[in-house]
Every structure is written in C-alpha cells, then in structure tokens.
Design a protein around this ligand. Sequence first.
Ligand SMILES: [Zn+2]
Length: 259
Amino acid sequence: MNSSYTLTDTHTHIYYNIGTNTLEDQINRCLDQNIKRLFLPNVDSESVSAVLSTSKSYPEICFPMLGLHPCSVKENYLEELALIEKAIHAHKIYAIGEIGLDLYWDKSTLAIQQDAFRTQIKWAKALGLPIDIHCREAFDETFEILEELHDDKLYGIFHCFTGNLEQAKRAINLGFKLGIGGVVTFKKAGLDTVVKELDLKDIVLETDAPYLAPSPFRGKENESSYLHYIAEKVADLHEISIEKLAAITTENSRVVFGI
Ligand SMILES: [Zn+2]
C-alpha cells in the first residue's frame, strides 16, 4: 500500500451496506487504495439515521450530507422536508444533498421537485453549506433554478456529471465543481472527451456506490474502493500521476466541504 496520497469519494451510499460486504471490510478496502475520505448523502428521512450512524462510526473518514432526493419527492414531501430540516439543525453536516431534479423516473412530480429543490437551496445558503446536486434528464430545469437563485452563497457539486462541455462550463460558471464518476471509464459514453477538456480545479471524484460501477465492473455492484479506477482514468486523460490527481481533487473537495 502506498499511503502517500489521499483520494476523496465525494458521493457514496456506502451505508446501504448491501450484499455480503460488511461496512468495515468496505472501509478497509478503501484505505488499502488510499481512499481516505468519503462523503455520504442520504435520500429521504428514513436514510438519515444510516448516514449519521456510519459517519459517527468513522468520524475521520465518513462525513454526512443531508437532503431530500428528487426521486423521493412524493405527495408527502413537505413532511419529509420538515423531518430532514430538523436533522440538519441537530447534526453537523457538510452539505445539503443529494437534492435536485430527476425527470428520468417521474415527470409528473416536476412541480413539487422544483419546490423541494428551491427550499433546500435556501437552507444551504442560510447555513453557509454547499449543495450536492442530482440532475438526471433535467439540465434545463436545473439550470433555470440555479440561475434564478445564483449568488455568491450558492455553490457545491454537480454529482455524477455526465453532460457535454457546454453544460460543464455552464455549471462551473455558476460556482459548481463537477463530480466525475464511473461513467468516465465507459467506452462510447463520451464523458472522457469532456473531462479531458476540463481544468482539473473544477472536478471532484465520486463513485455513487452502490450504483454506476466503473469499468471493469460495469453493471455490477459498485463500492467506494473502486474510486481508484476512476482516478486512474482521469489521471491518464490528463497525463499526470495518480498522486498529483489525488492532491488536486482532494483539495477541491476541501474547498467545497470546508474539511
Ligand atoms: Zn447518490
């Protein structure tokens, strides 16, 4: 093990702890790969406790974010928001997330997704926290809200960014870093050519485990220790060492999360 560098997984649901992997085994596999910092988003009021307890068990490694995921915005979303808001004020967290808009799974909830997104952006600004954005098939709608609420208090990460170069620049200009995950390792996805064009100061790395496993595990269950495949791919694209890439992207994550 080469422990001379630190990689940061800025978005992982490691607390789902599915399959036969215990949480401790997963953390140990991360440490073996120099992945020493993990940021954990919940998705709804039910997943708040798992995020908080995992972060409490590994206080130097796991850091909590809280928010209401757009796919969890249903008829009862105001109650869900109230529960999450309560948790946000009761615990130290590092971002509001994951929040945003998802028109892939359900277009019928767009209006309430927009309402929940705006509400949570206002929380983040009031608390001086970044936001962690989930945006799927909803770039225009997401940018509309970000542009409407844009000021120097609004910043964060576009999680699992898979857009084109123009969308990348638009997000960066609004004060966001791009969360680059397993899709960058997929052949024909085209994200590699976008990432090659980006300034490394604008990106952070993530797995979104247990989803979106990078190549060579595409289609299988993902885990945070696979972050190094993503890091190696991005380092190759920019023709720099993994140590250098780790230093830059971890520093970027510190700028966003303040830790
Ligand atoms: Zn996620």
